[in-house]
Design a protein around this ligand. Sequence first.
Ligand SMILES: NC(=O)c1ccc[n+]([C@@H]2O[C@H](COP(=O)([O-])OP(=O)(O)OC[C@H]3O[C@@H](n4cnc5c(N)ncnc54)[C@H](O)[C@@H]3O)[C@@H](O)[C@H]2O)c1
Ligand SMILES: [Zn+2]
Length: 280
Amino acid sequence: MHTAAKTGSTFALLTDLVAGGGVVVLSGAGLSTESGIPDYRGESGRKRPASPMTYQTFIGSAAARRRYWARSHLGWRHITGALPNTGHRAVAELQRHGLVAGIITQNVDGLHQAGGASGVVELHGGLDRVRCLSCGERSPRHALHLRLAAANPGWESATAEINPDGDAVLDDDLVGTFTIVDCGGCGGVLKPDVIFFGENVPRVRVQECYTMTERAALLLVLGSSLTVMSGYRFVRRATELAIPIAIVNQGATRGDAEAMVTLDAPLGPTLAALVAEVAT
Ligand SMILES: NC(=O)c1ccc[n+]([C@@H]2O[C@H](COP(=O)([O-])OP(=O)(O)OC[C@H]3O[C@@H](n4cnc5c(N)ncnc54)[C@H](O)[C@@H]3O)[C@@H](O)[C@H]2O)c1
Ligand SMILES: [Zn+2]
């Protein structure tokens, strides 16, 4: 038994496990709420007005794509304006100290990388790039932003309410006046390079995450309710292999029963305290 466990302190047990190294981080939207980006199932997510776009809706209707890009165009500056928080920086710090074997994130905001982490596997892709559904070419979102701005002069000042995560509330009449742009190379439909609800993560990416999980000394879940099977399956795999799991999350998660340690606490201060213990 770990010495820390005898003290009965959950934080001390977490510290003990992380200090052993070989940590694979599995992060979720809760890690970015302290940067002002709402999650889905926590406190901040409950205030969301709209349900997320599904893959089938996006693919199936030009009107849905227009609505998506109109809202997303308005909200883009909020996403690009978000800064990494203490939690993101703490994960990067643990990595610099050689304690982290891998980082799998369900987030699409790029804040792990902005906080100094490297080799991050973006399970659900990233909003900073777009992909053509016909020729497959990836291009920077910034370039699309400039093209959309040119195609819709004055649009950004004609705005409605904008949520901090980049979802703008727009009425249908206004959306109808938005002009979307297609792939510069082939004229195909452009989609943000993220996995929508109803879409599968590419198999190689899933396999890469399974391999990371299988080699972990500890699976450390940060800010995820684990409601989405896409992330939860790595908790399942760790459980099958008797790899310890630690969860830091405000509120319950689907993985709680499988975890050796669960800590219901805000991520920024908790991870900063963890770094102070193990990586200074
Ligand atoms: N930032 C982003 O990129 C972003 C934002 C929203 C949703 N998403 C996507 O939606 C899906 C959501 O699933 P999920 O499991 O990642 O998120 P989730 O919304 O299901 O769960 C987030 C959890 O984090 C907790 N939490 C929130 N702030 C916290 C804090 N400061 N400290 C500790 N805990 C905190 C919440 O209580 C909640 O239990 C993911 O697939 C993700 O790709 C991404
Ligand atoms: Zn194309």
